[in-house]
Ligand binder design. Structure first.
Ligand code: TTP
Ligand code: MG
Length: 392
């Protein structure tokens, strides 16, 4: 078994049109065209259902032209809010499998599933499970590519659309890439493809015959990347985006709380929970936010983005406390929450031995492992033991 096929690319099929078919079942199986249109036909097609694509309709085509090609299609304006809502559901599903999710657009993502195999099986198996979960949760269909790098995974997801699941094994790379049109290479747009076609180059195989300096001449600084991509070499890492994820915990009190001291005690406990979760996922973050709800259900949130990325309980608590002190506490408090966003992977170069924010990291790791072994209540900090909590 090949064990380095760790990159998954996922792309929803005819995304906007599929959501419309989902919400209006009588549109299922019909040509549906979503476009940013008024009634004047001057807009362009955002996307077309696969039924409409048979007529040659595609994204970015003027609506007027689509209406000529496919007059009987159902034409709908887009509902961005609804598409975003479904997109969030899809990304939450992806994040169930791994935090290593890079959001590329509303309907497209890369995942690095290295380290997920013991739990979920091979990358292909993970691909199958993702498709199943998305279908169950949203009713929508997607296509997935699995390969050793981003470029190949993206090529793979496009090979068998809609509802595809394509694994490109390492010994199949040339066989798969060679016959493809140069247009399939991300970054080779219409203009570049035309330029290549003019000199007789249509397929990737032909592009491979070009010397590196010829490619550099044609593509400038992208020449090197392109030279590598068409040979199946792509070293770009999956980078999780900050907006993809935040981790937070909140607690609703049995009795509303008036005293700041008691609130701070809860804040510390929550900070421990949150940072324990982010350390477990080997993440660090630099946006700290708190949420406070009073007994009249007024919700106040405060956030701050700091220079350093943190994962220690003390740091999170320190900034959370500062934020809480800025909130005017008029009424008794019913709920408090704290979280951390703008997360990224904590990898080696980000670990600075001398950073004043990292000096407790060993301590935190020890606490985490004790809690893992003996449970959440097994170890507490001295500050926790100053018991002021009347709610427990
Ligand atoms: P795509 O993934 O490019 O297209 P798609 O999901 O509709 O179809 P496919 O099965 O080929 O992946 O884009 C995702 C959504 O983004 C698409 O449903 C609508 C929107 N979009 C536009 O609004 N304008 C565009 O030009 C493109 C390409 C997409
Ligand atoms: Mg798509």
């Amino acid at each position: 078994m090949e064990n380095n096929l760790n990159i998954i690319h996922i792309d929803m099929d005819a995304f906007f049109a599929s959501v419309e078919q989902l919400d209006k079942p009588d549109l299922k199986g019909k040509a549906v065209i979503v476009g940013g249109v008024g009634l004047d036909n001057r807009g362009v097609v955002s996307t077309a259902s696969y039924e409409a694509r048979k007529y040659g309709v595609h994204s970015a085509m003027p609506i007027a032209k689509a209406k000529k090609l496919c007059p009987n299609a159902v034409y709908l304006p887009g509902r961005k809010k609804r598409y975003n809502e479904i997109s969030d559901q899809i990304f939450n599903i992806l994040l169930e499998f791994t935090p290593q999710v890079e959001r590329l657009s509303i309907d497209e993502a890369f995942l690095n599933v290295k380290g997920c195999h013991r739990l979920y099986g091979s990358s292909k198996e993970i691909g199958k499970q993702i498709k199943k979960r998305i279908k169950e949760k949203t009713g929508l269909v997607c296509s997935i590519g699995v390969a050793r790098n981003k470029f190949l995974a993206k090529i793979g997801s496009d090979l068998d659309k809609p509802d595809g699941l394509v694994v490109i094994k390492n010994n199949e790379i040339a066989e798969v890439l060679d016959p493809l049109s140069v247009k399939k290479i991300p970054g080779v747009g219409k203009k570049t493809a035309k330029k290549l076609n003019e000199i007789g180059i249509h397929k990737i195989e032909q592009l491979k015959n070009m010397e590196y300096n010829q490619l550099e001449h044609l593509f400038g600084k992208h020449g090197r990347l392109l030279y590598n991509l068409i040979r199946g070499i792509d070293n770009r890492k999956v980078s999780i985006n900050s907006e993809t994820k935040s981790i937070s915990n909140e607690t609703t009190f049995q009795n509303d709380i008036n005293e700041l001291d008691l609130l701070l005690k809860h804040l510390l406990e929550l900070s421990q929970k949150v940072t324990r979760r982010i350390r477990k996922k080997k993440l660090i973050g630099n946006t700290i936010f708190i949420k406070v709800k009073d007994n009249k259900f007024n919700v106040t949130t405060r956030r701050i983005t700091i220079k350093k990325y943190i994962d220690s309980t003390d740091d999170l608590y320190k900034f959370g406390k500062k934020l809480l002190e800025k909130v005017e506490l008029k009424n008794p408090i019913r709920l408090i929450g704290i979280g951390i966003a703008s997360l990224k992977e904590k990898n080696k170069e980000q670990l600075s031995l001398f950073s004043k924010y990292d000096d407790k990291s060993e301590f935190n790791i020890v606490i985490d492992s004790i809690k893992d072994k003996f449970g959440n209540k097994s170890i507490r900090r001295a500050r926790d033991l100053l018991e002021v909590d009347k709610n427990k």
